[in-house]
Design a binder for this molecule. Structure first.
Ligand SMILES: Nc1ncnc2c1ncn2[C@@H]1O[C@H](COP(=O)(O)OP(=O)(O)OP(=O)(O)O)[C@@H](O)[C@H]1O
Ligand SMILES: Nc1nc2c(ncn2[C@@H]2O[C@H](COP(=O)(O)O)[C@@H](O)[C@H]2O)c(=O)[nH]1
Length: 188
């Protein structure tokens, strides 16, 4: 991790599906739009309201294969039946400009970033309880029951890997966690 006094250049936010990563990041960026969040590529179908190039770059399998083959992804992973990856160039451009960069990615991606960019700061977002995680994921209403099952199965693995991260934040209050994340990124 970066030295304590320096601003971490790259921050990775991970945690089980439904814990509230996107909610926390959206809250944080409302107050601090200068925080740059990488837009991932994915083979997942858009949810209602999701826009290409804003929430994700939506790709079919062939397009995603090409991104991998051309080395255009900094990391990528298969998660609950879909592939997700971080476009390399945009992240590198921001880092070269000295701007803080935030990635919101799964455990497999966080592990790849740990390998390739050991100076990155890895933050784990944890739920207040397993029951609350299930409630949030189910209550979001965006996934079919079998997809929720796959995501909860992945969540058990992700929760067991918490100790691999530099810091854990428990998402009880969105506002508190957003402020804690800003402080970790040394933006606020
Ligand atoms: N602190 C909180 N208290 C109560 N509900 C919350 C809190 N944070 C997020 N939620 C709710 O939990 C649900 C899941 O949140 P969100 O979509 O942000 O999770 P996520 O971690 O980004 O999920 P995924 O990894 O699947 O994209 C949403 O309905 C959101 O409104
Ligand atoms: N390894 C990566 N994981 C990513 C990336 N972008 C998002 N994600 C993670 O996927 C799951 C599911 O996301 P959802 O939008 O379908 O709910 C979640 O944990 C995301 O953080 C990425 O580029 N690489």
């Amino acid at each position: 991790m970066a030295a304590h006094s320096a601003r971490p250049r790259l921050t990775v936010l991970s945690g089980p599906s439904g814990v509230g990563k996107s909610t926390v990041v959206a809250h944080m960026r409302k107050e601090h739009p200068e925080v740059w969040l990488s837009v991932s590529a994915t083979t997942r179908r858009p949810r209602p309201g999701e826009r290409d190039g804003v929430h994700y770059f939506f790709a079919d399998d062939g397009e995603f294969d090409k991104l991998i083959a051309n080395g255009e992804l900094l990391e990528w992973a298969e998660f609950a039946g879909n592939r997700y990856g971080t476009p390399r160039e945009a992240v590198m451009d921001r880092l070269e400009a000295g701007e803080p960069v935030l990635l919101e990615i799964d455990l497999q991606g966080a592990r790849q970033i740990r390998e390739s960019m050991p100076e990155a700061q890895l933050v784990f977002l944890a739920p207040p309880s397993w029951e609350e995680l299930v409630r949030r994921l189910t209550g979001r209403g965006t996934e079919a029951p079998e997809v929720i099952e796959r995501r909860l199965e992945a969540a058990r693995t992700e929760l067991a890997a918490e100790s691999e991260f530099d810091t854990t934040l428990v998402n009880t209050s969105v506002e508190d966690v957003a402020n804690e994340l800003l402080a970790l990124m040394r933006v606020a």
